[in-house]
Write a protein that binds this ligand. Structure first.
Ligand SMILES: Cc1ncc(COP(=O)(O)O)c(C=O)c1O
Length: 389
């Protein structure tokens, strides 16, 4: 418990709540929680299923067979990946459930997990909770935010049991192509390391780009699993539903751990997920058009005020360099104190996140525009101060 720091967003939410309690209007570019509602047909299916007493009972940890099949069908349709719905698919209580628990399956005291840095914090924290150690693989602009596998020392590789990857990436918004995933598979097979690829943002992509699944790489399922989620694609963060797919032995290990920890996903929510995966997918293109417009507004404003950021091809985020002379924490604090705008300091995702802040695209348009004008106001006031000096 002494080593466990408060979860990143808890601290940010606390600061926002304090300001709001004082009556201040805070605009948050912080959390990647879609601002669109869950699609109507999904809610209707959920309501309908909630009326059925069969769905009031304990669910199975392995999930409904119909849901496992719907997940397999979605993977076939979306990625041309064929999965055995009984052995290679496991529904989860949100992908965080699987990400948090899989370390317990494969990490013992003294083992190492290879973890990107900056990253979604759960990869390294679940490693630590399992008694292992995270070896951080830097994601930098120089390596296109893709871990340099050749830079990992041999003594680390020898103790490594898992490697974590996440594309489209949170927080850097970087993407990986199949060539990179093929390299990861070769590396993992050579050194007997299991791969955990986390891909919840694969459906949030712009200008016709279609992010690949790790499981499309040759031999991927011999060595790894992919975590995925309905949270971001179908605006279902609050319902808590996701999945792990891929290597049957790894899936089986996760079922074994989870069946001792939780009692599955409420069945009405599983039926909602079946509807989301097998019904109309139109909401995805519609949302992406909105996210893309917001992305462009933010990128234009950042460029107007002299902050560098690459235009992302996918994900819900923009990874922007902080102005010279600031640490990421100082910059985020300054924005919050001066103009009540919240961005996440890159250091919160690990030491290689220093020098950046993350902005999310999940703000309704009117608030987004107001937030951007505050950023511009912040910049102008700093600029005026400088010219006065
Ligand atoms: C990279 C990454 N993985 C996993 C998750 C967890 O998603 P879920 O809602 O499926 O638990 C998030 C949530 O923000 C995320 O950013």
């Amino acid at each position: 418990m002494r080593e466990l720091k408060p979860y990143l967003f808890i601290e940010i939410n606390r600061k926002i709540a304090e300001k709001r309690a004082r009556g201040e209007e805070v605009i948050s570019f912080a959390i990647g929680d879609p601002d669109f509602p869950t699609p109507r047909p999904v809610i209707e299916r959920l309501c309908h299923a909630a009326q059925d007493p069969a769905n009031h009972k304990y669910p199975e940890t392995a999930g409904l067979p119909e849901l496992r099949q719907a997940i397999a069908d979605w993977y076939k349709k979306r990625f041309s990946v064929c999965l055995d719905a009984d052995k290679e698919v496991l529904p989860l209580i949100g992908s965080k459930d699987g990400i948090g628990h899989i370390s317990l399956c494969f990490i013992d005291a003294g083992d190492i997990a290879l973890v990107p840095n900056p990253a979604y914090p759960v990869y390294s924290i679940s490693t630590m909770l399992a008694g292992g150690q995270a070896h951080h693989m830097p994601l930098t602009a120089e390596n296109r935010f893709l871990p340099d596998l050749d830079a990992i020392p041999m003594e680390v590789i020898e103790k490594a049991r898992l490697i974590w990857l996440n594309y489209p990436n949170n927080p850097t918004a970087a993407t990986a192509d199949l060539d990179y995933f093929n390299k990861v598979v070769a590396f993992a097979k050579k050194h007997s390391i299991a791969v955990c690829h986390d891909g919840p943002y694969s459906e949030i992509a712009f200008e016709g780009y279609s992010p690949p699944s790790f499981l499309q790489a040759d031999g991927a399922r011999d060595t790894g699993v992919e975590f995925h989620s309905l949270s971001k694609s179908y605006n279902m963060t609050g319902w808590r539903i996701g999945m792990a797919v891929g290597n049957a032995e790894m899936i089986n290990a996760l079922v074994k751990i989870k069946s001792n920890m939780d009692s599955g996903i409420p069945q009405a929510i599983q039926y909602a997920a079946i509807e989301a995966l097998s019904g109309s997918q139109d909401c995805i293109a519609e949302q992406n058009a909105v996210y893309q417009r917001r992305r462009d507004l933010i990128i234009d404003m950042l460029s107007d005020i002299g902050l560098e950021a690459e235009t992302p091809k996918a994900s819900l985020y923009i990874w922007a360099k902080v102005p010279e002379g600031y640490s990421s924490l100082e910059f985020a604090d300054d924005l919050l104190e001066q103009v009540n705008v919240v961005v996440i300091p890159g250091i919160g995702y690990g030491k290689y996140g220093e020098g950046y802040v993350r902005l999310s695209l999940t703000i309704p348009d009117a608030i987004l525009v107001k937030g951007l004008s505050r950023l511009s106001g912040w910049h102008n006031s700093k600029h005026r101060l400088k010219t006065k000096k």
